[in-house]
Design a protein around this ligand. Structure first.
Ligand code: PEP
Ligand code: MN
Length: 295
């Protein structure tokens, strides 16, 4: 039986559950959103594979990569133009030049393109060239940027901050929907933990959890999550097995000479091998089961 204090306080402060604080991103039983990026559905029955270099470095590099990944089955091209680097002495990206090269590569290979936007001032410029805007891990809680991107007429990939809880990540997505942009895809890219054996710790349980909490599509970035080329294929497969709607991976014609994230970019052959690994029956069975439950 409840005592007087409990009754009084539960009346005064109603239990604010996550649905009340996150009304727009929360999962309604009947709803699962599909985000369309120039004809490519994210969150539908097929897992989407997005690939491309960490940074756009040259015309040849990005064009070669676009054709190679397309050949192996990627449906979207990534490439950084404005790079969030830990050190100011590291390569910062080619900026507008990279945006033009990425657009050209996307058009020539017939792949939609995604690139990161780092500041409010660049949102319109980046949206002029890109089909999807990426908000990087370091900017997940840059609320001014979230508000501005919410007004851009482009779908958004919202990466999880390296130290963000699932609730904070969903709250950041709520900003985008609240600001008027419903076309949001979430991306788990590893978090900081006590263990520094790898660049980050890939939180796959959070992927399964967040699929229960939101109708938004969720993808995984095994490149940034592990920082290690040899682990990308296995973790990409695991991501799809727990229910991710796709993966985004880094691919470079010669990873060993890449100007950023050289350790975590796949070669063209490595990417082709990963694609083959993802085609296994396990993947198909799990996906069909999940879709059957959703219908
Ligand atoms: C990136 O995708 O190039 C990137 C910098 O990712 P993150 O924001 O996840 O570190
Ligand atoms: Mn990178």
């Amino acid at each position: 039986m409840l005592d007087a204090w409990t009754i009084k306080n539960s009346n005064a402060a109603p239990n604010v559950n996550s649905k009340e604080k996150l009304p727009l991103v929360s999962r309604q039983p009947e709803k699962r959103s599909i985000v369309w990026v120039k004809g490519v559905p994210i969150g539908g029955s097929d897992a989407v594979i997005i690939a491309g270099p960490c940074s756009v470095e040259s015309r040849e590099q990005v064009l070669q990569t676009a054709f190679a990944i397309k050949e192996s089955g990627a449906v979207m091209l990534r490439g950084g133009a404005y790079k969030p680097r830990t050190s100011p002495y590291d390569f910062q990206g080619l900026g507008i030049e990279a945006l033009k090269l990425l657009r050209e590569a996307g058009d020539k290979s017939d792949l939609p393109v995604i690139t990161e936007v780092m500041s409010e001032e660049e949102v319109e410029l980046v949206a002029d060239f890109a089909d999807m805007l990426q908000i990087g891990a370091r900017n997940m809680q840059n609320f001014a940027l979230l508000r501005k991107v919410a007004k851009a007429k482009r779908p958004v990939l919202l990466k999880r901050g390296a130290s963000a809880t699932v609730k904070e990540w969903l709250s950041a997505a709520e900003y985008l929907l609240h600001g008027g942009n419903e076309n949001v895809v979430l991306c788990e890219r590893g978090i900081k933990t006590f263990d520094n054996s790898l660049r980050n710790t890939l939180d796959l349980a959070a992927v399964a959890l967040i699929k229960e909490m939101t109708h938004l599509p969720v993808i995984v970035d095994p490149s940034h999550a592990t920082g290690k080329r040899s682990l990308i294929s296995a973790t990409a497969k695991a991501a799809l097995a727990v229910g991710a709607d796709g993966v985004i991976v880094e691919v470079h014609p010669q990873p060993e000479i890449a100007l950023s994230d050289s350790e975590q970019q796949l070669t063209f052959q490595g990417f082709a091998d990963m694609m083959e690994n993802l085609q296994s029956p396990l993947r198909k069975i799990l996906r069909q089961r999940e879709l059957a439950v959703c219908l």
